[in-house]
Design a protein around this ligand. Structure first.
Ligand SMILES: Nc1ncnc2c1ncn2[C@@H]1O[C@H](COP(=O)(O)OP(=O)(O)OP(=O)(O)O)[C@@H](O)[C@H]1O
Ligand SMILES: [Mg+2]
Length: 250
């Protein structure tokens, strides 16, 4: 059995197209299969950029990245098929015509390939994922007609439908009330146990999940494009870096 990390970054700098300086710098990160990692930090600290560097959407100009043991540079498409990525924002207009069921089916596109029609079992999986997030009743509704929280749950269902080994969720709680946050954490816990999946969640603060902190294996703090703290919840919560982050916020 391989003990190499499922996500491995060594001395990575990455840069957006058209920019002259890297946005994230000297990133060293090793994540093992089955870990639940929470990435926190203030606005513009590079959290989203880190996720998009891991799935190859933002270009690394220095260092090494391996995901599933594969070199990201040579295998980015293959790697992305097995990483479900839930974006932070979607900019959905109220007249957006896509139906909820079709949005969730997009999660299957990597497995289906182009020009292959979804099979009965794909539609069943779509229904199951909508049921899990409590949105099955909106199956045939246009996505633009849902509330922000409902849309967020539908996008989570799409990520689950991909059935990937790594889930990366960018601010998945931002539109959710307390009960829904708790529901989403339960969903993630079940997903992780069922598949031994690796889960990365990005959030500004820990307050989203402070009531279920036991579930988190590791917390990473980012600031100004760098990782300034990486450890168990116990270590991080007592660290100066975390206390500083909390103080600056209040
Ligand atoms: N497409 C882009 N092109 C150039 N710079 C970008 C782009 N997207 C983000 N940035 C810059 O990169 C920096 C880090 O942004 P990033 O989105 O990673 O921050 P974040 O920690 O996710 O912030 P937030 O909590 O606000 O979501 C910011 O200064 C931002 O302006
Ligand atoms: Mg972000």
């Amino acid at each position: 059995m391989s003990i190499s990390p499922i996500i491995f970054l060594k001395n990575v700098d990455s840069i957006y197209e058209g920019e002259s300086r890297p946005t994230i710098k000297d990133i060293n990160l090793k994540i093992r299969r089955g870990e639940f990692v929470y990435i926190i930090g203030p606005n513009a600290s590079g959290k989203t950029t880190l996720l998009e560097t891991i799935n190859g959407l933002v270009r690394a100009i220095r260092g090494q990245i391996r995901v599933f043991g594969l070199d990201l540079k040579k295998n980015s498409q293959k790697i992305r098929k097995n990483i479900a990525y839930m974006l932070q924002t979607w900019d959905i207009e109220p007249d957006e015509p896509f139906l909820v069921k079709d949005i969730v089916m997009m999660g299957r596109s990597g497995k289906l390939g182009t020009f292959i029609n979804p099979r009965k079992q794909d539609w069943e999986l779509v229904k199951d994922c909508l049921e899990i997030v409590g949105m099955l009743r909106h199956y045939k509704k246009p996505i633009g007609k849902l509330s922000g929280g409902e849309q967020q749950k539908v996008f989570l269902a799409r990520a689950l439908a991909q059935d990937a080994d790594i889930l990366m969720l960018d601010e998945p709680f931002s539109n959710l009330d307390t009960d829904s946050r708790s529901m989403v954490l339960d969903i993630l816990r079940n997903y992780k146990q069922r598949k031994n999946a690796t889960i990365l969640v990005v959030s500004h603060f820990l307050s989203d999940v402070s009531f279920q902190i036991d579930f988190i294996d590791r917390i990473v703090i980012m600031q100004e494009g760098r990782i300034i703290m990486d450890g168990s919840p116990d270590e991080v919560l007592q660290s100066e870096e975390y206390i500083c982050l909390k103080t600056n916020r209040s």
